[in-house]
Design a protein around this ligand. Structure first.
Ligand code: MG
Ligand code: MG
Length: 260
């Protein structure tokens, strides 16, 4: 069942997603060699609560933290921990917040210090592929048009697309219909209609697409232990171009010239 949102609901979705964007901007200030990922999680939780939101992931399906923090070969759903970030790491931070009953969801992969050029290129391509997908998120298109745009963009550049985790509808619930895979065929899948809100979130690997789940039951990593990147926006389908409800502006203001 796909819930179409009214303009009033989309305004609330924008509020929740703006808070997520600001939280990721706060996270950006702290990401540097020497900080633990658990400290980053604590900062994000405090920031969300101080600004009138509720962490959207904490307790969702039993997930114990505010952020999913996935370093290097970890793809998604990583646990914040005592791990200390080091120069050359990449760190994917996925954040959810609930404001007035509606969910925001967005993710960004940050470089820590000086990152190898081939890994920086992975980040760049993954982020670009997100916007390739968003470009196809237009009423009258189908989900497969988004999926195919992400997949072909990344595979043409030699990267692989994770299949086990995908984007999703979003609203009062964090995960609603429809599913939004990052691979698929043009012209297939559910029809996009005005009022649909979806999270588009390519997870792209430098090596092979194969995934292993760690013993914590959550953390997904690449089987070959090569790096993986993840960027996510929540968008609303409108009459024209999709409206991006989340924002990387707060992050990129902090990163300056180091933005991806
Ligand atoms: Mg997310
Ligand atoms: Mg999501």
């Amino acid at each position: 069942m796909i819930y179409l949102k009214t303009d009033e609901e989309i305004a609330l979705m924008r509020e929740a997603n703006t808070l997520v964007g600001k939280t990721l901007g706060e996270v950006a200030r702290w990401i540097a060699p020497g900080i633990t990922t658990l400290r980053i999680d604590q900062i994000a939780e405090q920031f969300i609560r101080d600004n009138g939101g509720i962490p959207g992931f904490k307790g969702y399906g039993g997930f114990p933290f505010t952020l999913c923090i996935s370093v290097n070969e970890n793809i998604v759903h990583g646990f914040p921990s005592s791990y200390v970030l080091r120069d050359g790491d990449i760190v994917s931070v996925d954040c959810g917040a609930i404001v007035k009953g509606y969910n925001g969801d967005s993710a960004y992969t940050f470089p820590v210090g000086q990152v190898a050029p081939d890994v920086m290129a992975l980040l760049q391509t993954t982020k670009e592929s997100l916007y390739q997908g968003i470009e196809k998120a237009v009423a009258g298109n189908r989900i497969g048009d988004i999926s195919n745009a992400v997949q072909t963009y990344c595979e043409a550049r030699g990267y692989s697309v994770v299949r086990e985790f995908i984007g999703h509808g979003i609203g009062r619930k964090l995960h609603e219909d429809p599913e939004v895979p990052n691979y698929g065929r043009r012209g297939c899948g559910p029809l996009l209609k005005k009022g649909m809100c979806i999270a588009i979130e390519p997870m792209i690997n430098l090596g092979s697409r194969n995934v292993v789940i760690e013993r914590d039951g959550w953390t997904a990593r690449t089987r070959d232990r090569k790096p993986s990147a993840h960027y996510e926006h929540t968008v609303a389908i409108t009459d024209g171009q999709a409206e991006i409800l989340s924002s990387f502006d707060y992050i990129e203001e902090v990163l300056g010239e180091n933005r991806i």
